[in-house]
Design a protein around this ligand. Structure first.
Ligand code: MN
Length: 727
């Protein structure tokens, strides 16, 4: 069992070594506070719980974080596991410490389930996005490192689950933040549980060859250091066998056995200046034969995670290849502790062009501009400001545009979920459709088969294009259903008017032939097209009328068939010469202009198929034309258009409202006369208050002539309004 004292001493040692400026008093208060809060709690191995926060704080100190981060590490499990609260910590320590602790607590609450490949990247992003302050992620990684180190007391299931998480989330995060040392340890510790056999085989092999390996490394080290001493370059050299997981991964990905593996050894030469890095490289290439294509200059082109070093692989005396990394002390610290190391240095390095790491660059740029003390507080993770990451109840991570709502979430799951949504729960509480989602929210969509579907205002509530286009799709499709109903009513109405039996449409032998003539896949498609206005019921029926009649004649001797009313028969008056209007889909028919709205060429018009009197033409805005939208009569409304170039006069009616005065009638007549327009009728009637209304009927050629008349009439003294007649 491990003791409090041992861990406390070791933490303090790390703090003195790596964070000499730390506020020891504040740290000791945090130790006391955490100790009292975790009083009586035990770890899995039976040791007092406080050992864990002490160990985490030690790692946090090792990577060089500041007092607040060390204090937060000591308190990191207090909010979750003890009676401590945000406010208490904020008062006793500082709001910053409380925020760090709360940040770590939030990450701790994130439940991981088994991870699909694509999910992992989102989880890492969410981690960053949730953390706000980069120190939260760093503390969380240290927390995980200690848990991973002490994993042996957990159940096998938990070991595997946690190790998978570590491998998928924490090690890559450590890598991105440039913390190679932590990354290596996390990977090796995880591998130990994920592939115990593979891990131990490797470790056994390395142990069995340790002596010769160490002898080899000593030789190489000696020869390099004596050479560099000779030329007067101060340096420190270390050699290591590469970490287990990196060897393991190479064996797996390159399908090689240990003996075939290229380089197991890595030497590191740390020098004082950048120019000496290149000098050392030259000497090493003189001493050993370089392997072509293995030289990498990460000093002039740093890796996106800020890593800088020269790498080369050379062949040693016994034909054994090894890698040499050459860098300055500062580059080394960055390599070991990445972004954390930059707390220590005012001058950052250019982290390169990796877009993904823009935020690190921004952090470094900020660092150069600000006072280094402010820098800690301005370390905000804003890379993922335009995204929000939330969970399904089953733990799947969904990435949505920032500001997204449950509606966006529902449609991101499936359009079926969105379309049947009747409510939403966020973190198990009923929430409105328009509530903005936050990182880490668990969102559940309540659905019902009897849901009415999306409403139009969802289009303005939702943030994602995905949701918007799916909602629009729904309306289009839903309209199809409506269209089918409307189209079917029109078509069947037309059938009935033609005295054709509806049962003909159900005739399975007849159907394919009818559909072929109609050029539709199904009758529903036909109805949808009629309902939508793509084809008129009259035209559709015209296409299959002969077939239906033939079927009627052969199928039964229906005496009624003779009575079919055929509007489109040539007996109707041909229009071209005198009507001035073309009726769509009907070649010859009688035309008359409605009295109610007296359309003239240029007006937007529509035709109504009357019973026995041909087609009557209305203005589209005529109140009597509203029936065009009525399913019962829609089939009888047809598209009509003016024959262009028609110059003959059309009778139309205007209503003139005016204050009565002498000579008013004469002035009205004078306007028409001046335009050489023949007045047909004029009625006047008195209105209360000394006003009057004239109804004038006259001939015009077209709408533009009529518009001129109206303008001139309106200019007459006393005239209040001039309107098209609509009686
Ligand atoms: Mn912990």
């Amino acid at each position: 069992m491990e003791s409090f004292e041992a861990h406390y001493d070791s933490m303090m040692k790390a703090i003195r070594q790596y964070v000499p400026s730390a506020d020891l008093d504040k740290i000791n208060r945090a130790v006391q506070y955490a100790s009292s809060k975790h009083e009586g709690q035990k770890r899995k191995d039976g040791s007092p719980y406080i050992i864990h926060p002490l160990a985490v704080a030690e790692i946090v100190a090792e990577i060089g974080l500041d007092t607040d981060a060390i204090v937060a590490a000591l308190l990191h499990d207090c909010i979750e596991d003890t009676s401590a609260s945000f406010d208490e910590i904020s008062t006793l320590f500082s709001p910053t410490v409380a925020e760090l602790v709360e940040g770590v607590t939030k990450l701790t609450r994130v439940e991981f389930s088994t991870l699909e490949e694509q999910q992992v990247e989102n989880l890492r992003k969410m981690f960053m996005a949730m953390s706000k302050d980069i120190r939260v992620v760093l503390i969380k990684i240290c927390d995980r490192l200690h848990n991973q180190r002490t994993m042996e007391f957990q159940t096998k299931e938990k070991q595997i689950l946690k190790s998978r998480e570590t491998m998928d989330i924490y090690a890559p995060l450590a890598h991105r933040l440039g913390m190679q040392k932590l990354k290596w340890e996390l990977e090796d510790l995880s591998l130990q549980y994920l592939d115990p056999d593979g891990y131990h085989e490797l470790v056994d092999y390395l142990n069995a060859h340790r002596e010769e390996a160490e002898r080899f490394m000593e030789e190489i080290k000696d020869s390099i250091s004596s050479k560099l001493r000779e030329v007067g370059i101060p340096c420190s050299i270390s050699g290591r066998i590469k970490h287990v997981y990196s060897i393991y991964r190479k064996m797996k990905t390159q399908g090689k056995t240990l003996d075939e593996l290229y380089d197991l050894y890595a030497f590191r030469v740390i020098v004082d200046t950048i120019s000496n890095c290149y000098n050392v490289l030259g000497h090493i290439h003189e001493m050993f034969k370089p392997v072509p294509g293995r030289f990498k200059d990460y000093i002039s082109t740093p890796k996106p995670n800020m890593y800088q070093s020269l790498h080369t692989t050379v062949i040693g005396g016994q034909g054994i290849p090894f890698e040499v990394q050459i860098r300055t002390r500062q580059m080394h610290e960055t390599a070991e502790y990445g972004v954390a190391a930059h707390w220590k240095y005012k001058e950052g390095v250019d982290p390169g062009d990796g877009k993904e790491f823009d935020w690190i660059r921004r952090l470094l740029e900020d660092q150069q501009e600000n006072d280094p003390e402010d820098y800690l507080h301005s370390l905000k993770v804003d890379l993922f400001d335009d995204e929000v990451f939330v969970f399904t109840p089953k733990g799947r991570v969904i990435s949505l545009p920032a500001g997204s709502t449950p509606i966006d979430f529902a449609y991101a799951i499936h359009s079926g979920v969105g379309n049947t949504m009747i409510g939403a729960k966020i973190n198990n509480r009923i929430a409105g459709y328009d509530v903005q989602l936050h990182n880490g929210d668990i969102v559940e969509i309540l659905t019902s088969k009897s849901a009415k579907g999306p409403s139009r205002d969802w289009l303005t509530i939702c943030k994602s294009n995905q949701a918007r286009s799916k909602i629009k799709q729904w309306f289009k499709k839903e309209k199809r259903e409506e269209n089918i109903v409307r189209g079917k009513a029109s078509f069947e109405g037309e059938m009935r008017r033609s005295n054709l039996s509806l049962s003909l449409l159900q005739d399975e032998e007849l159907q394919p032939q009818l559909l072929k003539k109609l050029s539709f896949e199904s009758f529903d498609d036909l109805y949808a097209a009629i309902g939508y206005g793509g084809i008129t019921a009259v035209k559709a029926l015209g296409k299959i009328r002969e077939d239906l009649l033939r079927a009627t004649r052969t199928g039964q001797t229906d005496s009624e068939t003779g009575k079919i009313l055929e509007i489109a028969k040539p007996k109707a008056r041909s229009h071209g010469d005198d009507a001035g209007v073309i009726v769509e889909d009907i070649d010859n028919c009688m035309i008359k202009f409605s009295r109610c709205c007296t359309p003239v060429p240029g007006d937007d018009i529509i035709g109504f198929i009357t019973k026995g009197y041909g087609v009557s033409i209305h203005r589209r805005d005529c109140p009597n034309a509203r029936g065009a939208n009525d399913p019962d009569t829609a089939a009888r409304w047809v598209n009509v258009s003016w024959i262009s170039g028609e110059e003959r006069p059309f009778a139309t009616t205007l209503e003139v409202l005016a204050t009565d005065r002498d000579r008013l009638l004469l002035d009205i007549a004078a306007v028409l006369t001046s335009m050489q327009i023949r007045m047909k009728e004029i009625f006047g009637k008195d209105l209360p208050g000394g006003r009057c209304q004239f109804t004038v009927t006259f001939d015009v050629k077209n709408l533009s002539e009529l518009t001129v008349v109206m303008t001139k009439l309106r200019a007459i003294d006393g005239v209040e309004a001039v309107n098209r007649g609509q009686n």
